[in-house]
Design a binder for this molecule. Structure first.
Ligand code: FE
Length: 193
């Protein structure tokens, strides 16, 4: 199969937000099903959007809704790479495509300042994890494999690369604003043969 899987997912997501808007309570579950179907097969992601970088994890935009109601991003982790502790401020779904990731949720400590790490959650191909201001919005994600890249497909309820959100120092809880951007200036051709 080819890019048609991505095209079909983009069509289904566009229809979903057109019908129901992009609020978490209205679309998270149907959006999860669409993402699950997309990552059920690993035969559609074009090579340029699966390339890892030796220094830093990559976040390639696959599609952003023209009205910024959702975005789909391919995250490619080289061996040993991880995100800082960060938030999203909108709902997000992480679907594992290739390799394995470890996700850790963080919550404010009640006894003193700073953030407390929850249990590590291992994501394997076909699994979907969720983050959002309602479910718990602060986490880290890391490649769980030491010897090869891992790839997950992320779906967000907005244009994630342009959002002003936060990285955190877990020891103090201090937040610092950041805008992630995207790792490339191009997106896949959804209509390629
Ligand atoms: Fe994240």
């Amino acid at each position: 199969m080819s890019i048609a899987r991505l095209r079909n997912a983009v069509s289904a997501l566009t229809r979903l937000v057109e019908r129901q808007g992009n609020r978490e309570d209205a679309v998270l579950e149907p959006a999860r099903e669409i993402l699950s179907s997309l990552i059920a097969y690993d035969d559609w992601l074009p090579e340029p959007f699966a390339a890892h970088d030796p220094k830093h994890y990559r976040q390639y935009l696959l599609h952003c809704d023209p009205l910024e109601r959702f975005s789909l991003v391919s995250f490619v982790w080289g061996p040993g790479q991880r995100t800082p502790v960060h938030d999203h401020l909108i709902w997000g779904l992480v679907g594992m495509l290739r390799g394995e990731e470890e996700a850790v949720a963080y919550t404010p400590r009640t006894d003193r300042m700073g953030l407390e790490a929850g249990p590590a959650r291992r994501l394997r191909p076909g699994m979907v994890d969720a983050v959002s201001p309602m479910l718990g919005d602060i986490h880290t994600v890391a490649n769980a494999l030491a010897d090869r890249p891992s790839i997950s497909i992320h779906l967000y309820g907005g244009n994630i690369g342009t959002m002003r959100r936060h990285g955190f120092d877990p020891a103090t809880g201090t937040a610092r604003p950041f805008v992630s951007g995207y790792s490339a200036d191009m997106v896949p051709n959804l209509w390629a043969a």
